[in-house]
Design a protein around this ligand. Structure first.
Ligand SMILES: Cc1ncc(C[n+]2csc(CCOP(=O)(O)OP(=O)(O)O)c2C)c(N)n1
Ligand SMILES: [Mg+2]
Length: 268
């Protein structure tokens, strides 16, 4: 199956909305949490309180939230081969775990990418390959690094569906994720999805600024907010309450982190 730009279907015959109010609020909270956490990482890094490399996720939240929020508590764990083994060898017919693998555009030019897709399709593993194409692998432009920039085409070449989806739209990502999960559960079939997204961070190369402006106009959090307001799924006050909850949680986390850092330095 080869699909480019999936069309959205409404969830039920009664409503043509893609999400319920509770689902919308859950998606919103998860994306705001992701954004706030990354902003805090950036702050801590630039203030010298966090070490190593920091590859921020700002702007890409619709991809992780769109897929991960479909997970069932306790489910989805383990590697794809384990699920197949439990189902087919141990005869645990109710084992319907699905594995999700997230990686970037840069990864898709490495040999392991093709090996993994090949084995997954050959062994019919219940795994979803989620490519987060943010157009860059650190300083290497996707267009300079790959012979065919349309990553979604690589799945069908290895006998699994390849879908391209707007990775700045959590509702579109979620629809693709639903289909991929259903397919994996039905018969342990792998799936690949290219999510077109962008890292909206502050420290970009000059060449990236035009791109950033283009994608910033489609910020996934603002887009979900707009959808929820337009469809009367949430009020400004409800979303502000979520924002506040996340800010307070981060403040608590930060004070714990500072205490841990002080203890660590004191013990050295
Ligand atoms: C085998 C290997 N080579 C190089 C690196 C250094 N490295 C870390 S992140 C990165 C870029 C990854 O780009 P991409 O896959 O597009 O992910 P993104 O960070 O853009 O989400 C590279 C080259 C690495 N971690 N491993
Ligand atoms: Mg990348």
């Amino acid at each position: 199956m080869v699909v480019k730009d999936k069309k959205l279907k409404a969830d039920s015959a009664v409503s043509n909305l893609l999400i319920t109010k509770d689902e919308g609020l859950e998606l919103y909270e998860d994306m705001v949490l992701g954004r706030a956490f990354e902003d805090m990482c950036a702050q801590m890094y630039y203030r010298g309180k966090m070490f190593g490399f920091v590859h921020l996720y700002n702007g890409q939240e619709a991809v992780s939230t769109g897929f991960i929020k479909l997970q069932r508590r306790g489910g989805f764990c383990g590697a794809a081969f384990t699920s197949k083994y439990r189902r087919e060898v141990l005869k645990e017919a109710d084992c319907d775990h699905v594995t999700m693998a997230f990686f970037g555009d840069g990864t898709c030019n490495n040999g392991q990418f093709f090996e993994c897709l090949n084995m997954a399709a050959l062994w019919k593993l219940p795994i979803i390959f989620v490519v987060e194409n943010n157009l860059w692998a650190i300083g290497m432009s996707h267009l300079r690094a790959t012979s065919d920039p349309e990553i979604w085409k690589k799945g069908p070449a290895l006998r699994m569906p390849g879908v391209h989806v707007d990775g700045m739209d959590v509702l579109k990502v979620r629809e693709v994720a639903k289909e991929a999960v259903a397919r994996a559960r039905r018969g342990g079939r792998s799936y690949s999805a290219e999510c077109e997204t962008y890292r909206l961070e502050d420290t970009l190369w000059p060449i990236q600024m035009t791109e950033k402006n283009h994608y910033a106009a489609r910020d996934p959090i603002s887009a979900l907010k707009k959808y929820m307001f337009e469809n009367n799924l949430a009020s400004e006050a409800e979303l502000k309450t979520i924002d506040k909850k996340i800010t307070n949680w981060l403040k608590k986390l930060l004070s714990l982190q500072m205490k841990a850092l002080i203890l660590f330095v004191a013990s050295c």
